[in-house]
Write a protein that binds this ligand. Structure first.
Ligand code: NAG
Ligand code: NAG
Length: 324
């Protein structure tokens, strides 16, 4: 109980000052040492902030986040590392085509030596050894986006100073933004078996440890970077290629050439049947789009002798301009 009008008046004045003080914090400008012009503008609109509850939803997948959610797109932008301004730093070789079975040379041939293109490489590893995109960056003046889930490989990738956007993340197999278990196993690493919707392919013998990787829908990542056209998409993620292809927004984003790995291992043993099955499943996805035709496998059949002995399948968009 307040005992006098004077006390009531004091409380009212106190509250008023408090409100004014808080308002001054959330509105207008505050000088902050360390910021560019010393001024940080503070918005009162809290709906624009990514809250801890949002981050929790991005990690747990609950509640499900829409692929176009603007906070999600902002969150992704916060995670993307911009292209390096430093000269490229290679540790292994100066050879231009570092791809495993000639992917770069073949795609370059299909695209007729196209310059200034944009690539996306998912399963970018260290960005050097077996890189399918490095050739285009060095020889054709392309830029692009490198996606790698393995945190160790990703640190190694950053050390290469690639002139590409990059993100330490995995692609979602079901359009859901969520953390998923990831097996760290060098180049054989991939999303953990228990979470794989696809063939029971794994590299269990080579797994050194398991971590969690933040997965985003490919559509959200491309929206966040405002990418509408991709000249070459390399998909090599040791497992969920088919599921991820099924999430691709074919109507919103055009991709001229794809290379998709289909060679499949079960319990670290190469499986001919599973490889052929995956090749067929990939084919079904591309055929269903009505936009693509197969442009062979790599290594080419003339070298490998059988579909099951090759590694990647190449698809090219029927209506692309300036191709072979
Ligand atoms: C911030 O500092 C600058 C100069 O350092 C000054 O001109 C400006 O008025 C200050 N702004 C506020 C809101 O105090
Ligand atoms: C994922 O989103 C794409 C559009 O980007 C849609 O075509 C596809 O059906 C969705 N898949 C699932 C599993 O929701």
């Amino acid at each position: 109980m307040l005992r006098s009008n004077r006390q009531v008046a004091l409380v009212v004045v106190g509250v008023l000052f408090g409100v004014l003080f808080l308002q001054s914090l959330f509105e207008g400008e505050v000088n902050v040492t360390g910021s560019k012009d010393g001024v940080v503008r503070i918005s009162r609109d809290w709906s624009h902030f990514i809250r801890s509850s949002d981050v929790l939803a991005f990690q747990s997948g609950q509640p499900r986040t829409a692929m176009t959610n603007y906070k999600l797109l902002r969150f992704i932008r916060n995670h993307v590392v911009a292209p390096s301004a430093e000269p490229l730093r290679l540790f292994e070789s100066q050879e231009l085509d570092r791809s495993q079975v000639g992917q770069s040379t073949r795609v370059n041939e299909i695209l007729n030596g196209r310059t200034n293109g944009f690539y996306v490489e998912c399963g970018a590893a260290t960005g050097e050894g077996r890189s399918n995109s490095l050739y285009f960056e060095r020889a054709r003046n392309w830029h692009g986006l490198l996606i790698e889930a393995d945190p160790f490989a990703y640190q190694s990738l950053l050390a290469r100073h690639r002139h590409a956007y990059s993100i330490n993340a995995c692609l979602s197999p079901n359009n859901q933004t969520k953390l998923m278990k990831f097996d760290i196993a060098g180049e054989g690493g991939g999303l953990n078996l228990a979470e794989r919707a696809g063939p029971r392919e794994t590299i269990s013998k080579g797994v050194s440890s398991t971590t969690f990787a933040q997965c985003f829908p490919i559509y959200s990542i491309l929206l966040a970077l405002e990418v509408k056209h991709i000249d070459y998409f390399s998909l090599d993620i040791e497992g969920l290629e088919v599921e991820i292809l099924k999430t691709f927004p074919w109507g919103a984003i055009t991709v001229d050439v794809w290379t998709v790995e289909y060679r499949t291992f079960i319990d670290a043993e190469f499986s001919k049947t599973a490889s052929i099955q995956r090749y067929e499943d990939i084919k079904a996805v591309f055929e269903a789009t009505g936009l693509y035709e197969e442009a062979g496998v790599l290594p080419p059949l003339s070298e490998s002798g059988a579909i099951s002995k090759s590694l990647d399948v190449v698809y090219k968009r029927k209506q692309m301009i300036g191709s072979h």
